[in-house]
Write a protein that binds this ligand. Structure first.
Ligand code: EPZ
Length: 431
């Protein structure tokens, strides 16, 4: 199992390029199943979730050419089966998008129940509700989901809960349906808008993405014959913003859309960091201990739940007492135990973390319980005095391209290692 080994404290200084958004890419890739044609997608993040997604598409019959590590040309004219590989679909969450896309394209699909970070129950009732309202029959048994529809007819779907996945999935199933579908109480995340923009580029008719109500008018087919560039990753950018502030560094974060980062920028400025916005970049710096604040995670444009572990790690080093309320997932504080071992003073009561700021972290051997918690522990390691080892970085590699290389590029003393011998070599090198 690969690990990350870090020594700190080290202020991050320099420039870093942000990749395409994971949560847009792993929805846009299955969306290509709706296209009876060939298209090119670039600015794909080179991460394991994208690789798994492409393998699933190939097993369904897609032909994929990797033009670069971040660009593919995909031919989905010849989809040969309605059986997705069960072992792969349970490896990550976004496999459920194959359902919406294949219902639209073939009218049938069988996939394994989706996997992904263990943040709570993560049911898919809203996805199923949408599919059934468009005329599909969905059964869930023995860890598999089977969906079938002789004909999909547009309908008005009201989301009982704001759900990124369900919003995107219903959009996918509505693109080739007969008539008009409206999704009320829709998620407005940048990656929801990106999927809608991709589909419209390929010939779909989707209006209102990014607002509470999305209207999809069914079309005969999607033509492809276009190139699409994935939106920059709001969460990767936010992670580097928090890392720059936490390490009292000065980092220019490039290839971003500042508007998507507003909730994070506002909070960093509120606690005393400096955030400068440019057309496609933000610069974050801080030269003193930061202050406390209250955070509540909310659907976009609120503070993103995927930034919750990272901001909590920063607030645990700030003055005073902060609170972080997790209102999206039931179980997203698993990293607190690990952070406590590095010196944090955090008490979790129900879905609220009460954080009493400490002046320093000390290095420790920790485990990454999920993707964003792993990123947060890397930030803690960059600030901690001494050596931090993060075991099992599989989760981190799912969502961040070349995370250690990018951090080294802005001054971090961090290496990816595979055994204890290499850890000792690193310790000798830095001591
Ligand atoms: C997406 O997950 C992201 N994953 C998550 O990012 C992100 O945290 C989440 O959206 C919220 O922004 C991908 O896009 C692959 P939801 P998703 O449906 O779609 C409940 C990361 O780190 N719900 O918006 O699964 C659900 O349990 C990952 O990149 C239902 O009750 O999230 C949760 O409490 C982690 N029924 C809330 O809604 C449903 O049918 C929001 O979930 C669907 C969801």
């Amino acid at each position: 199992m690969e690990k990350l080994v870090i020594t700190g404290p080290t202020p991050l200084k320099g420039e870093v390029e942000i990749n395409g958004a994971k949560n847009a890419a792993i929805a846009i890739l299955p969306a290509t199943l709706l296209i009876d044609g060939v298209c090119t997608i670039n600015n794909l993040p080179n991460i394991s979730d994208v690789q798994i997604c492409c393998t699933i598409l190939e097993k369904l019959g897609a032909k994929i050419t990797w033009n670069t590590p971040n660009e593919i040309t995909i031919d989905t004219r010849n989809i040969i089966t309605t059986q997705a590989p069960l072992d792969l679909t349970s490896k990550f969450r976004a496999s459920y998008y194959v359902i919406g896309a294949m219902l639209g394209r073939k009218g049938e699909i069988e996939v394994g129940m989706p996997g992904g970070c263990n943040l709570g129950a993560r049911p898919i009732d809203q996805h199923i509700k949408g599919f059934e309202q468009l005329g599909a029959t969905v059964t869930v048994e023995k860890g598999k989901i089977h969906a079938k529809a002789d004909k999909l007819v547009g309908s008005s779907v009201y989301m009982d809960i704001v759900s990124v996945g369900a919003t995107i999935n219903i959009m996918l199933s509505a693109v080739l349906a007969k008539g008009v579908t409206t999704i009320d109480n829709a998620a407005k995340e940048p990656h929801v808008v990106d999927v809608a923009n991709f589909l419209n580029t390929m010939g779909a008719d989707i209006r209102g993405a990014g607002t509470d109500v999305i209207k999809i008018t069914g079309v005969e087919k999607l033509h492809g014959n276009a190139t699409y560039s994935v939106v920059p990753d709001q969460i990767e950018a936010g992670t580097f913003m928090v890392a720059a502030a936490a390490t009292h560094g000065d980092v220019l974060i490039k290839n971003v859309i500042p508007k998507h980062l507003e909730a994070i920028s506002v909070k960093l400025i509120e606690i005393g960091a400096t955030v400068e916005e440019y057309d496609d970049a933000v610069r974050v710096s801080s030269d003193h201990r930061l202050g406390h604040t209250q955070i509540k995670t909310l659907p976009y444009p609120g503070f993103p739940t995927d930034m919750q572990p990272q901001i909590a790690t920063l607030l645990a080093l700030s003055t005073g007492t902060s609170t972080v309320t997790e209102s999206i997932f039931e179980n997203r504080f698993k990293y607190v135990d690990e952070l406590t071992r590095m010196g944090a003073n955090i008490k979790v009561e129900s879905n609220i973390a009460i954080i009493n700021g400490v002046t320093r972290y000390t290095g420790a051997r920790v485990n990454a319980p999920d993707l964003r918690a792993g990123a947060a522990l890397v930030i803690a390691g960059l600030v901690a005095e001494g050596i931090t080892v993060i075991d099992d970085i599989y989760f981190i590699e799912r969502g961040y391209e070349e995370f250690d290389q990018k951090l080294r590029g802005i001054g971090a003393q961090i290496e990816k290692v595979s055994d204890e011998k290499e850890i000792q070599k690193f310790i000798l090198k830095v001591s």
